[in-house]
Design a protein around this ligand. Structure first.
Ligand code: ARG
Length: 458
């Protein structure tokens, strides 16, 4: 058992207690951040005359060697150490002697772990943002190829009005834009440096906190030492942003699962991204989409877990906060994994344009346009709504679509119908006339896509 605090104890920690208390098993993932923060701390201590130049050089060299050896695998973090901070400090002292014992001057594991987590989260936010951007690029490519791929738009999962595949996917592009902006907000708000807050009340050494903060790429030092060591708001914000990403992926998954079903047949998932059944030879299952939908629950769970852990914690640091790590790590891993899998599945998916268009033609997705036709010929909208309602009923009874009716049949319901009704309710017209900003009409979509291209270049 290698721990940093044996002095005031007369007995060894019970083995089981030690295991229960220790966090090296999971916080070893923070080794790079712990070393980076320690290097900055040592450089600042020397600048302030708290460490000699030789001591600082020995520490920086030692820490750099530890990082290199961990990366090569010639050094391993064992559970003999309580946590990553104990491991780094003890290994350093074994390696360079006395100077190693001075690294912790003016620092506590409380501000140290707060720093490590912030550094870790910052890097992960950048990685997740990159993945979201790649996903947007894939979506935009598919959108550009499908400006005229007609499909039914749904409300209440009932066919409503015709849209295009480009338009439908554009909705997800917008969601991903908000996801990225939420992550960027989280990054901005967390970007102050807790190092130098000490255990809770700062320190009597003349630290230059602004200097360490700027070395580590923070906007500046945190301004209240008690808050610095006990703030986990940024993890709650992160987990909330990650939960929202998963919610979006889960909604998309649900649609892919529906679209891939025999009943819809809108898409075919590539063989490489689907799996078979051990008993039913005909099956090709959308497992990736189902897993992404399923894993959403565990990310939500980590958000609830973190909120609950923080609830009612008195100031300042409490060991409860060690529970912030496993859930956060798992949520980050899960989101990255899901994003990678899901976007590749979309990238390789085949869209069955003919099936989508046929589906848009059945189900009266042009009923609103038929009513609009009457309005354009002087009928009040409410009356037009009633007339088209009768028309739809007639079609259902005769198993026909609106455009399959003869002009005679149409006139039987309203005298206002003329030969130009057929063009007015054709799928092409229904989509192409929808030209308000944000609507599926081609020229409206082209404008939006041009904006998305600009956005992706930023
Ligand atoms: N392993 C601890 C954590 O993750 C580090 C801080 C420990 N501080 C303390 N006073 N025991 O929160």
């Amino acid at each position: 058992m290698a721990q940093l605090w044996g002095g005031r104890f007369t007995k060894e920690t019970d083995r089981e207690v030690y295991r229960f208390n220790a966090s090296a098993r999971f916080d070893q993932r923070l080794y790079q951040q712990d070393i980076e923060g320690s290097i900055a701390h040592a450089i600042m201590l020397e600048k302030q005359g708290i460490l000699s130049l030789e001591e600082k050089d020995a520490i920086v060299k030692g820490l750099t060697t530890i990082r290199k050896r961990l990366e090569e695998g010639s050094l391993v973090i064992t559970e003999e150490y309580e946590d990553i901070h104990s491991f780094v400090e003890s290994t350093l002292t074994d390696m360079i002697g006395e100077a190693g014992k001075k690294l912790h001057t003016g620092r506590s594991r409380n501000d140290q772990v707060a720093l490590d987590m912030k550094l870790y989260v910052r890097a992960e936010i950048i990685e997740i943002d990159e993945l979201l951007k790649t996903f947007q690029e894939i979506l935009l490519r598919v959108m550009e190829e499908n400006l005229e791929t007609w499909m039914p738009g749904f409300t209440h999962l009932q066919k409503a009005q015709p849209v295009t595949l480009a338009h439908h996917l554009g909705a997800y592009f917008e969601m991903l834009k908000r996801d990225r902006s939420r992550l960027s907000d989280t990054y901005e708000r967390l970007n102050t440096c807790p190092l130098g807050a000490g255990a809770l009340a700062g320190t009597t050494y003349p630290l230059d906190r602004g200097y360490t903060a700027s070395m580590l790429g923070f906007e500046g030092p945190t301004l209240n030492s008690m808050d610095s060591v006990s703030d986990r708001d940024y993890l709650i914000e992160l987990l909330s942003a990650l939960s929202t990403i998963m919610m979006h992926l889960s909604r998309f998954s649900e649609e892919v699962i529906l679209w891939n079903s025999n009943e819809y047949g809108f898409v075919e998932i590539d063989d490489a991204f689907s799996t078979g059944s051990s008993i039913m030879p005909q099956k090709k299952n959308p497992d990736i989409a189902e897993l992404v939908r399923g894993k959403t629950g565990r990310v939500y769970g980590h958000l609830m877990g973190m909120l609950t852990t923080m609830k009612a914690l008195p100031l300042a640091y409490n060991k409860d906060m060690q529970e912030d790590k496993e859930g956060t790590f798992d949520a980050i891993d899960t989101v990255k994994d899901c994003l990678k899998m899901f976007m590749q599945m979309i990238d390789t998916m085949r869209f069955r344009k003919d099936v989508m268009a046929k589906s848009a033609m059945r189900g009266f997705t042009n009923a609103t346009d038929a009513a609009d036709y009457l309005v354009k010929h002087g009928v009040a909208f409410r009356d037009a709504h009633g007339i088209i309602g009768q028309l739809v009923l007639y079609c259902i009874e005769h198993d026909k679509t609106i455009e399959e009716l003869s002009l005679e049949e149409l006139r039987g319901i309203s005298e206002v119908f003329d030969a130009d009704i057929y063009d007015a309710v054709s799928l092409r017209t229904c989509v192409e006339r929808r030209l308000t900003t944000g609507a599926p009409g081609i020229s409206a979509m082209r404008g939006v896509i041009a904006e998305y291209r600009k956005y992706l270049k930023q």
